[in-house]
Structure formats: C-alpha cells, structure tokens
Design a protein around this ligand. Structure first.
Ligand code: SF4
Length: 209
C-alpha cells in the first residue's frame, strides 16, 4: 500500500504544540479558494512511496519529536494507506497525531467506512475548509470556521492544546532548502506573504511565486 507524499520535515513548531514532524500528502479535490498549497492539489506518480518506507523515515525522526502533524493536500483522500501508517506510528512511537483536514468532523464520520476508520487513530483533528474571508488569530487554525477537535483522551489531557495562547506561538517558519527553494511552514496571517515578499525585495531578492 502506498501514499502520495510531498515532503517530510523534522523540527516543525508552527503546526501544533511541541517539536513535531511534518508530513505533507499530495492530492486534494476540495480546492478551497486561497489555499496555501495549490501545488499539492495533484498527485504525482514519482512521489508515491510505500507506507513502510514513509514510516521508516518518520521513525528515524521520532526520538527527537513530540508529535506528528499531517497536512496536505487532503489526508483523508488517502484513507486506507493513512490508516496503515497511523497504526504503525501508534504501535512503535509515542508521537501524538494531529491531522489537518478540509472536511468537517461530521463529514468524516458519515463518510465511507475506510475514512471513519482513521478517526480513532487521531489525537487532534483540525477540520473544515479553508475560508480566506474568515481570518483568525487562534493558534494553528487557518480560518475562523475551522474547529480543533481533541479526539483522544491523551489530547484532552494535554494542557498544551487547551491552554495555547496565540501570541506565545510562532505561526510561520521560513526554511531555505538545499536546492535554494523556500519552504513556508505554518499558517500565514492576512498580508504575511506580501510583507515577506516586500522584505525580501528590499534586500534585493525577488520571489518568483
Ligand atoms: S482542503 Fe486544504 S489542501 Fe485542500 S484546498 Fe482546502 S486548504 Fe487546500
């Protein structure tokens, strides 16, 4: 069984509490206007990896991390392989599992059985379409309509989720990768991209997209 993945990144601090591994999956048919990751709408055959291979990479990072954040793309559009991956993560690591989904919790619960079967393996679900007309300063949410669901007992007991204060948390990380590409990791607030572009331009760097 395989997953279409875009990237695995260690040390993510903007998509959930603690020090997290970020896993980005490819493919999303929901197409929210203003989506931050339109390059992940399509799946690429060259990016298909066996679930065990994806897990092997996560396992290597796991000892230095508190959680795994899965985003996309729409993770639940690869539900069977996602379930297989989460079973391995649960069995062999202590990472808490946070998933971003464009679907609401109700949509997932009444969806196909293979989709609903993933939910018991998830600690935290951030659910709902991205709405650029509904900005929010709540930690980790992209827009005001989205809901953070603490699904597991572990998440409900975790003060880092309940007591999170937006101003204490970074919302966006910028990373320069080996190939000189920039990765923006986190939730840009309205105007962040334009401000970032202007700051770079002042230093003689032009962003191509
Ligand atoms: S569900 Fe997520 S990945 Fe899909 S279009 Fe909406 S914001 Fe983008």
């Amino acid at each position: 069984m395989s997953l279409y993945i875009d990237d695995i990144s260690p040390g993510v601090t903007t998509l959930g509490p603690g020090n997290r591994i970020g896993l980005w999956l490819q493919g999303c048919t929901l197409r929210c206007p203003g989506c931050m990751s339109p390059e992940l709408f399509e799946r690429k055959e060259s990016c298909r990896q066996k679930v065990r291979e994806v897990f092997r990479q996560l396992l290597a990072y796991a000892p230095d991390h508190t959680g795994l954040t899965i985003s996309g793309g729409e993770p639940f559009q690869q539900a069977p392989a996602l379930k297989k991956l989460l079973l391995l993560v649960q069995e062999y690591t202590s990472l808490d599992i946070l998933i971003y989904s464009g679907y609401t919790l109700a949509e997932l619960q009444r969806g196909p059985a293979e989709v609903a079967a993933v939910l018991p393996l998830v600690d935290v679900l951030i659910a709902g379409r991205y709405r650029r007309d509904l900005p929010t300063s709540k930690p980790w949410l992209g827009s005001r309509n989205q809901i953070l669901h603490l699904l597991s007992r572990r998440a409900q007991m975790d003060k880092k989720y309940k007591n999170a204060i937006p101003r204490d948390l970074p919302s966006l990380e910028v990373r320069v990768k080996e190939n000189n590409k920039l990765d923006l990791i986190g939730i840009p607030r309205p105007g962040d991209r334009a401000r970032f572009r202007d700051l770079l331009l002042q230093r003689g760097i032009e962003l191509k997209k």
